[in-house]
Design a protein. Structure first.
Length: 182
């Protein structure tokens, strides 16, 4: 990893709440930088040979968090430059945020709970075990409380980028400009 400010880090970790755009922005950002894009949930599914909801339901959250930490560390050890979209809770467990800070450049995609509720489709909610089967009011309350708890970790990121301003391409371009700023 280069610490020269004119070059972005070789490992970029996107952090933030579910629905903030880590995967969609990450793909565009990786393309802009000429990096590989990886999604931590996909890596966990390959590693565990189960979907994330199956791991949660069959093994429990504690097991999932250990599998997540292992997948994060394996991804960071890859030789190629990469943008990694993490799960919303990943920074909050197993000292993952400190690991990301010391092994690359974590970027927090910040979005309000209200914006998150607007962005999450019913399909998104069913795919996320911690968000499943909640009414709109319960979802807003859960996201507000969870964001309050998680933001302590998210704010350790090298950069905080508002994810509600502009298109996916605009957010990715804002990140590129921040990464390349002197």
């Amino acid at each position: 990893m280069s610490s020269v400010q004119s070059n972005p880090a070789s490992k970029i970790f996107l952090v933030g709440m579910p629905g903030c755009g880590k995967s969609t922005v990450g793909k565009v950002l990786a393309q802009e930088l000429g990096y590989h894009f990886l999604d931590l949930d996909t890596l966990i599914e390959e590693q565990e040979k189960q979907t994330v909801p199956q791991v949660f339901e069959q093994q429990g959250q504690a097991y999932f968090r250990q599998a997540e930490a292992k997948a994060l560390r394996l991804a960071a050890a890859r030789p190629e430059n990469l943008v990694l979209a993490t799960g919303g809770g990943a920074p909050c467990f197993c000292e993952n945020m400190d690991f990301m800070v010391s092994h690359g450049k974590p970027i927090y995609l910040r979005l309000s709970p209200e914006n998150l509720v607007d962005r999450l489709s019913s399909q998104d909610l069913q795919a996320r075990p911690l968000l499943r089967d909640k009414s709109s009011a319960e979802l807003l309350r859960y996201l507000s409380e969870t964001l309050r708890e998680r933001e302590v970790f998210y704010k350790k990121a090298s950069l905080v980028v508002p994810a509600a301003e502009g298109s996916v391409a605009d957010v990715a371009q804002a990140i590129v400009q921040l990464l390349l700023a002197p």
